[in-house]
Design a protein around this ligand. Structure first.
Ligand code: LFR
Length: 489
């Protein structure tokens, strides 16, 4: 049997997985071999990722994958922006801090004192978000300079794990592009920004393209785990960009919504769109596979439902996402709306109560039951997608007849149907396993098994079932949208 198996690690905010993938008869086959929870740890007010445990879980996944037939290569994707700092001996200085930690509060203002906001946007083309690496690092410049003095290298999460596996310190392009320290046109670290913010340039590693084989498993790891020295490939380390690789279309112009904890709404372009309009819309030009740019809006996404669910569990009411969806379907739609991206919804905590407070403040009907809250979340997200659609269309000057929804969140039929209605566009939903498929496809491209992205997308379209949703209740949605827009700040 000469089919090549590759091992994909996909880390999400709540859990991570190890998946074996291979190409068989023109289709990608996947097998999940290991799943683990990902639990941030709060210590003395700082929210950390459990970096050491993450690496422990990677090792567990490797052992399981070996038992399931072995693999030629490993590729890792995670959320964006977060990083670990290494000292000159390559030792990790502290566990990575979570992007939802509040060390970045007020840092945007501080950064813009040192370099104008417009200039940062002009150089990076990135949406301003408190959690971007630029603001995390500046909080260290301002509050913990000694840590930066000790740091020899900063490695973004997938790059950090790749380093633990191989000993090679590199910055993979799609992750580097989430930092807001990258010059979007030159695709190099922006010296102008680094100098203005006194971030030491030497901590930033060499940037490598997505799909670079950066090394092989270190001998000590092979010995410890009893495996052969597989290749380690710096894939599209940013999960969103792995997902974009798997949009099952052959069109050059398409709209995708990657639905997970976040909803990433965007389109793929050959180069950045940076101008007054894009700054005003605060859209991101994020680096994608093959030096592409994805023009996108970050929308808070199903975090609202995930964190609400945790709240209800704390209150002794535990329901699955399927059950929550059923309750939402039974609630009366078009009653109350929130701006999902209002800042009070970012931090962990009692989201249902914050939603009620938003509705109270804006003089709307206050959603009381679980079903009403879930309905409010879904319809508000669908309307925020329309808002993003208008912004993206304004920036590119194009009209997109179809929306491709991908990722775990599309298991909610309600969200897909509401998205079709709110946007007045046909929705094609699938694949659910977008990020893992993209991760696997990039590995197979690096190994020469798949020719290019176009072929990868065709293979993925052939491998996966998609579902169509057509717009319904268009007039009601149009009326709702007019109302919704008044709540966006
Ligand atoms: C999605 C994602 C988004 C990024 C956010 C925080 O998982 O990677 O693209 O903006 O997480 O890093």
């Amino acid at each position: 049997n000469n089919k090549k198996q590759v091992l994909a690690f996909d880390f999400g905010g709540g859990s991570g997985r190890a998946i074996l993938g291979s190409l068989e008869d023109g289709k990608i086959q996947m097998k999940e071999v290991y799943r683990f929870s990902n639990d941030p740890v709060i210590i003395n007010g700082t929210m950390y990722w459990d970096t050491l445990r993450h690496f422990f879980e990677i090792k567990q996944g490797i052992v399981k994958a070996k038992q399931e037939g072995g693999f030629e290569s490993i590729g890792i994707d995670t959320w964006g922006v977060d990083f670990g700092l290494l000292d000159e001996h390559g030792a990790l200085l502290e566990s990575a801090v979570h992007y939802r930690d509040d060390r970045t509060l007020g840092m945007q203002e501080e950064v813009f004192k040192a370099i104008p906001k417009e200039r940062v946007y002009e150089l990076t083309g990135l949406q301003f978000e408190n959690f971007n690496t630029i603001f995390q690092l500046y909080s260290l410049v301002k509050k913990r300079p000694w840590l930066l003095e000790k740091a020899d290298k900063m490695l973004l999460t997938p790059d950090l794990f790749n380093y633990f596996l191989t000993g090679e310190k590199k910055a993979e392009y799609t992750m580097a592009a989430t930092t807001q320290l990258l010059d979007a046109k030159k695709k190099e670290w922006s010296e102008e920004i680094l100098e203005a913010l006194q971030i030491p340039k030497h901590i930033l590693p060499e940037i490598v393209p997505s799909g670079t084989v950066i090394g092989t498993l270190q001998p000590a790891i092979c010995e410890e785990l009893g495996v052969d020295p597989a290749k380690v490939i710096a894939i599209t380390g940013h999960d969103t960009q792995s997902a974009v690789v798997s949009v099952p279309t052959q069109n050059e112009d398409f709209i995708f919504i990657s639905c997970g904890t976040w909803s990433l709404f965007g389109t793929e372009l050959q180069g950045p769109v940076i101008g007054e309009k894009s700054l005003e819309c605060n859209v991101s030009n994020e680096g994608g596979y093959g030096n592409t740019t994805t023009l996108l809006k970050n929308i808070i996404g199903l975090w609202l439902a995930q964190e609400s669910r945790r709240q209800w569990i704390r209150e002794g009411q535990e329901y699955s996402f399927g059950e929550l969806e059923q309750m939402a379907v039974k609630a009366e739609p078009f009653q109350s709306f929130i701006d999902p991206d209002s800042p009070e919804f970012v931090a962990a905590g009692n989201i249902p109560e914050r939603i009620r407070e938003f509705c109270r403040k804006t003089g709307q009907k206050v959603p009381e039951t679980i079903g009403e809250i879930m309905c409010c979340i879904n319809q508000s997200l669908a309307l925020k997608y329309r808002y993003a659609l208008e912004q993206i269309e304004a920036c590119t000057g194009k009209h997109y007849p179809v929306i491709n929804m991908i990722g775990g969140g599309i298991q909610s039929k309600l969200l897909c149907q509401m998205t079709a209605g709110a946007n007045g566009r046909k929705v094609i939903a699938g694949p659910v396993e977008a990020t893992a498929l993209g991760n696997i496809a990039v590995q197979l491209m690096a190994l020469g098994e798949i020719k290019d992205v176009k072929e990868a997308r065709q293979i993925i379209a052939d491998s996966e079932t998609t579902y169509e949703y057509l717009p319904q209740d268009t007039e009601k949605w149009d009326a709702a949208y007019e109302k919704f827009k008044t709540f966006i700040h």
